[in-house]
Design a protein around this ligand. Sequence first.
Ligand SMILES: *Cc1c(COP(=O)(O)O)cnc(C)c1O
Length: 498
Amino acid sequence: MDAEEFRRAGHAVVDWIADYWATLGQRPVTSSDPPGTITAALPAGPPVHGEPVDAVLADLDRVITPGLTHWQHPGFFGYFPANTSGPSVLGDLVSSGLGVQGMLWATGPACTELETVMLDWLAGLLGLPERFHSAGRGGGVIQDSASSATLVATLVALHRASGGRWRDVGVDRRYRAYTSTQGHSSIEKAARIAGLGDDGVRPIEVDPDTLAMRPEALRAAIRADLAAGEVPTIVVATVGTTSTTAVDPLPAIGAICAEYGIWLHVDAAYAGAAAVCPELRWAHDGLEYADSYCFDPHKWLLTGFDCDAFWVADSAELVGALTVMPEFLRNAATESGAVVDYRDWQVPLGRRFRALKLWFVLRWYGVEGLRAHIRSGVALAARFAGHVLADDRFELAAPHPFSLVCFRLRPGDENDVRSGDEINAALLARVNGTGRVHLTHTRVAGRYTLRLAVGSPQTTGRHVDEAWDLLSATADALLTEPPPTTGRPPTTERPPTG
Ligand SMILES: *Cc1c(COP(=O)(O)O)cnc(C)c1O
């Protein structure tokens, strides 16, 4: 593909994306096709002779988009948002065009320096503690995901706890990680990968009302482990848990970590973005205790996946944990000590020029544009919560400080957890089955609970109201239908026999 062919095809692809965004709201949010549909529609092998890009675009429309869940759809309320934006896509396109590998400063100086500056900009934007700024001992780096940030934090914590004796870490199963029962599954995964073993993670109980970690329970677990000769290594506190956006009390947790010299990592994957708004910074109170912190601009800050922003208070500790220097990477800039080599700040060696998409996003929206995006998400969630509160058939299952609302239909009999779970699961399946919205679920205090997370840039008050109307009408139908008789649900279809 020469430059002229690229220019023509590139314009067509940008047009295709713009048309996709413009028509998103008219599509079903998710596909209802059974597994294997897309595979069956694809040829068994590549074409023998090359095809034009137009042919691929036609198949995008015919095969791929009908088989997708549309995360940018205004009716997408599942999980947490993974929003993107025009400037993010364009920044990524430039990154792809440059094809730079930013593993060392020397392999792309601007790739490294723009990233350092962007992470400083972001730290200022969120009002993060000074210790994370690159002007001092700290600094930031882009990881692919919050899961990688937690893995890297776990590795540095192990480096600190073992005094750098990696030889012993793999065989010595005494290192312990702590997180609340609401901590993300990536914490357990990181502990497995880092060799902490099956008993490596201690789940700490939460306050039943706030679902935030109980600091006294953390202290008790640390003391019990110390008494048993184990090595408390890392505490992962969460700002905005995945289930309900609970916020762990960082000041109390931080004081405990400081007292025992334990690494504190703060995982704010989704909710950290809220701190661009000064009125939402309370969630970061106590962050000055943290050794490391991360949030995902790829969740709620208009930057397409993948982009996790990760900071450490002391980058020398991080580099000490992860650096391995083979001869073929030796270079004068690294030896001078005057540059940052981001390969030492992450698990892989190679890295994309991801700072470009952040640069495009931060410059296009500006501080006020990003604040407006967060505020609109918080206001839309509050609007939805207002509908829930005004209807006594429903209840809120947790506080909603950000843009996630956890709610459920009250069961006829409050103590009948099973029928409450069944009716809420049926409600979710039916509203999602319409293709107009997509919500997901969690369990709060053991009970099946629906989650509505606002975050797509296209979602407006009208979409939230329509989602509520659909939930309300579906609840009407479910509550007035006769309950299924005992045993198998009634069915007209018989399983095939013989
Ligand atoms: C989403 C989420 C993660 C994982 O995020 P990735 O960036 O996809 O790895 C981790 N922690 C919390 C609290 C999350 O909400």
